[in-house]
Design a protein around this ligand. Sequence first.
Ligand SMILES: [Fe+2]
Length: 205
Amino acid sequence: MNQDLFDNVRRLVTTAAAGLAARRGEGLAEVLERLAQQDIGPGAFREPEPRSLPVLRHLPQCVGEAMVLDPRLASAIASVEDALQWQQSASYTDDLLGAGFSENYGWAEIIGPRGFFPGDDVLLGLLMLGPERHYRDHYHPAPELYWPLTAGSFWSRDGGPFVEQPQGAIIWHPSMALHATITRATPLLALWCWTRDTATPAQLA
Ligand SMILES: [Fe+2]
């Protein structure tokens, strides 16, 4: 086992949970309860095949910005960035989401089937979205929490207007709720969690 990576990943999970525990918002109690139930011991640890994506060119800027919000969390993210397996949903094409979307979008699991710990029907991960992007309305059975670590992202729920959410906001999407995200001048880095019913992927509306 890569002990340094194990230590860094555990620090990322525990720092994220501590950061969330210090906040108030819809869904937080459920997320914290589910995270506390996950096995993040050495027996559950494994190393996914690392995979990068074009959107990662924005990661240094995002991590720098996240340092202002939560320096321990930002440094924990930086310490595992070369080990993350970044993904894209196969159904998310530029035809559907706009030219250049696939070069400006990606997510990585920390806990989950593609992450460092398999989790028990829970996903914890990072999402990146480049500037000037519209991740349009989608939905999934899993209840979802987003914690944007950067400023200047706009969020819509249930087809409502897009509202700018500050760095560190707690954004909750109940099961099957429609939701969408827009970025403007700056890229977005967010921590996210699916608390249950994780087998069914997100579906564009
Ligand atoms: Fe979602």
